[in-house]
Design a protein around this ligand. Sequence first.
Ligand SMILES: NC(=O)c1ccc[n+]([C@@H]2O[C@H](COP(=O)([O-])OP(=O)(O)OC[C@H]3O[C@@H](n4cnc5c(N)ncnc54)[C@H](O)[C@@H]3O)[C@@H](O)[C@H]2O)c1
Length: 284
Amino acid sequence: MGVVGAGGIGLSVAADFVIHGFGVVLVDIDESRLEKSRDELSRAVLYGPMLRTALPRVPVEEALARTVFTTRLEALASCEFVVENVTESWDVKRGLYRELDAVLPPGVGIGVNTSSISIGRLAAETTRAPDVIGIHFMNPSYLKDAVEIMRGAETSDACLARVSGILEALGKSAVVVGDFPGFVSNRISHLFFNEAIRVVEEQGVEPATVDAVFKKCFGHRMGPLETADLIGLDTVALTLDHLYDSYGDEKFRCAELLRSMVKTQRLGRKTGHGFYQYGPVQPS
Ligand SMILES: NC(=O)c1ccc[n+]([C@@H]2O[C@H](COP(=O)([O-])OP(=O)(O)OC[C@H]3O[C@@H](n4cnc5c(N)ncnc54)[C@H](O)[C@@H]3O)[C@@H](O)[C@H]2O)c1
């Protein structure tokens, strides 16, 4: 399996594949990110099965031996399928799809892991549109039971069947939806995150209070601000911007507080500080 982009979600997708016995080529343009990935992947392989007992236990050394960490896109030429997880930006993804199309042998499929960008538009940047499909993994992938699948206008039945087989090997089911901006998950969830952030910004409500309403009163496992911190506030802001541009609807305008947190690198768990501080003490 090829995994491109070793950010929060890409790393967890790579770990999911390794835990389930696949060999993985993990590519990122950022050498320092790849360095950190080695430790993060080891921790996921070690602790994942404690958090989700159905997961296979794999020795860390074996997992690392089955993973290639590289900045070279050409290393993907040996893969049967590639999951792309790079920055949520049309310009970044678009350039990459052209490069991927050039290095991957014909017939190799690409799973687009995006929060909002059109699968059909990205597929059109390649010569293999029937082999391109959206797979929206949830974070962290190895702890989740299902993914959202987005079928592009030209995605073939064979590609959908191939991805169903891969998901089966990962012990996951799929919910298939259409290819519209944000799909079902993020068209709805990002409004919810943005509105929660506005409640903090405009009404001065503490983040823990906002989240407590959803956890204690609605019984959600995590509140909206904890979830946004987990996803990464930069990715949440980029997704809102893409939804705003796509629908031209004010309701998707990114909250000022979110914008300023991204500017100051308060990105959530990935930088240790978002709506909460991360370190030895985690939000309950
Ligand atoms: N964070 C989540 O919970 C989540 C969940 C599902 C889907 N997604 C989607 O997955 C993608 C990645 O999200 P993220 O939050 O991990 O982002 P991120 O910004 O944390 O990580 C993106 C990674 O991509 C790398 N990258 C950028 N351009 C590249 C290129 N040309 N080649 C190789 N690597 C490149 C960056 O160096 C970075 O490490 C986005 O499209 C996002 O919408 C995110």
